[in-house]
Design a protein around this ligand. Structure first.
Ligand code: PMP
Length: 429
């Protein structure tokens, strides 16, 4: 499946990097074969180490909504780099960026920039605990919120793919996860019951409002509102982790799409335009517990880095209604084509396409998939074969069953149709 150049690089990499990679899912363990090493990317395409071109449906796992190397974003990065790479001191850019975020997410009255989504969620939890003076947090099975100790419990994404226990990761002391309560996603009754019993202990509920990390799973009507309402009634903080959905499902993310407002929001990926930048923010009174205003400590040498913020601002400026309309049309075309391919291969009841906006997953499982229990029925082996066949056809699809694929503004109908034709071939086989 892989090319000789990538395989040679992978052997070199494995001598030095655990599994040959700097983030686990990249290693292709879940699907078999060696990963493709990437030389460059432009628009909807990646070029592998041997020069072969692929249509990319990963988009760096979410950030590249404009496609790769968008000229305006690249120019913003170049212009910023000439003025210095990092100052470790405040800049006007950060203020402009914060104003832009607040205009898009009215629930974010104050915010702080971090360098990764992991830092954003970890810090949001710390702020919520500091604000409420409570310890317990609630998360949902199959939702991934980065790799902070307290969040590595039934955490979807790479952890689901590699099937490790609870806490999901070795090296996480039981104590670090003992205040993490895990419930099934979309189980309003279970959450209501939990709050009735232990509401006074709960500092925060953190959720991916549309889950991407067990594959694409939508919230049932009323579920997200119930999270917000239950938190409000008991003095807990609702945290929407929109690292993946933010600026993707709509400019204002899932909260705009569903007309909701959480107490706190985490953003990443798209807001950094492909650079290391993420955000946590929310109600003023909650964010004012963060140092130096308050007693919750959180810091970062490269936080609000001028190049990352410049890439983010350039990206935000291009998130226009026409972009979302184009991406919705492309995503709907892909969904329809995949469903037709499933029908043509007589795989109805064995394969299910789920999509919200430009997040899409082909599960090798019967649908509808509403929770991790449903997703976990998926046939990983079949997915691996599917993935290998897609790659052979030049389609770079996420290398794990429990990841969403992403459509960008750079995908044209011909790119979508190439993916559909490749999927039809893979499914028929
Ligand atoms: N939250 C969500 C919903 C994510 O999808 C991710 C990453 N895939 C993270 C948090 C962690 O972000 P990062 O990888 O930048 O640390």
């Amino acid at each position: 499946m892989s090319d000789a150049v990538s395989s040679a690089l992978f052997r070199r990499a494995q001598e030095l990097l655990p599994g040959g990679v700097n983030s686990p899912v990249r290693a292709f363990r879940a699907v078999g074969g060696d990963p493709i090493f990437i030389k460059e990317a432009s628009g909807a395409y990646l070029t592998g180490a041997d020069g072969r071109k692929y249509v990319d449906f990963i988009g760096s796992w979410g950030p590249m909504i404009l496609g790769h190397a968008h000229p305006a974003v690249v120019k913003a990065v170049q212009d910023a780099a000439i003025r210095g790479l990092s100052y470790g001191a405040p800049t006007e850019l950060e203020v402009t960026f914060a104003e832009a975020i607040r205009a898009i997410y009215p629930g974010i009255e104050k915010l702080r920039c971090t360098s990764s989504g992991t830092e954003a969620t970890m810090s949001a939890i710390r702020a919520a605990r500091g604000f409420t003076k409570r310890s317990a947090i609630v998360k949902f099975e199959g939702c991934y919120h980065g790799h902070a100790d307290c969040l590595l419990v039934k955490a979807g994404s790479g952890l689901a793919t590699f099937g490790v226990g609870a806490p999901d990761s070795a090296g996480v002391p039981e104590g670090a996860a003992k205040d993490t309560i895990v419930l099934a996603f979309n189980d309003t009754a279970g959450l209501t019951e939990l709050f009735a019993k232990r509401g006074h202990e709960i500092a925060a509920v953190i959720v991916e409002p549309v889950v991407g990390n067990m594959g694409c799973v939508a919230p049932e009507p009323g579920y997200l509102q119930a999270i917000i309402d239950l938190c409000k009634a008991s003095g807990a903080v609702s945290i929407f982790d929109e690292v993946m959905t933010g600026c993707r499902l709509a400019k204002g993310g899932a909260q705009q799409l569903y007309g909701l407002q959480a107490d706190m929001t985490c953003l990443g990926k798209i807001v950094g335009g492909g650079m290391p930048l993420a955000v946590y923010g929310g109600k003023r009174e909650i964010m004012d517990v963060v140092a130096p205003m308050g007693s919750v400590y959180q810091a970062g040498t490269l936080s609000g880095n001028p190049i990352a913020v410049s890439a983010g601002l350039a990206t935000l400026e291009l998130l226009l209604p026409a972009l979302y309309a184009k991406i919705e049309a492309s995503s709907a075309r892909l969904e329809k084509g995949l469903n037709e391919a499933i029908a043509a291969a007589k795989l109805e009841g064995q394969a299910t396409v789920q999509r919200v906006g430009s997040m899409i997953t082909l599960f090798f499982a019967p649908g509808p998939i509403k929770s991790w229990n449903d997703a976990n029925r998926a046939d990983r082996k079949r997915f691996g074969t599917f993935h290998g066949s897609m790659l052979e056809s030049g389609i770079y699809w996420p290398p794990a069953q429990f990841e969403a694929a992403f459509v960008s503004g750079a995908h044209e109908d011909a790119d979508i149709d190439a993916a559909i034709a490749a999927a039809a071939k893979a499914l028929a086989a």
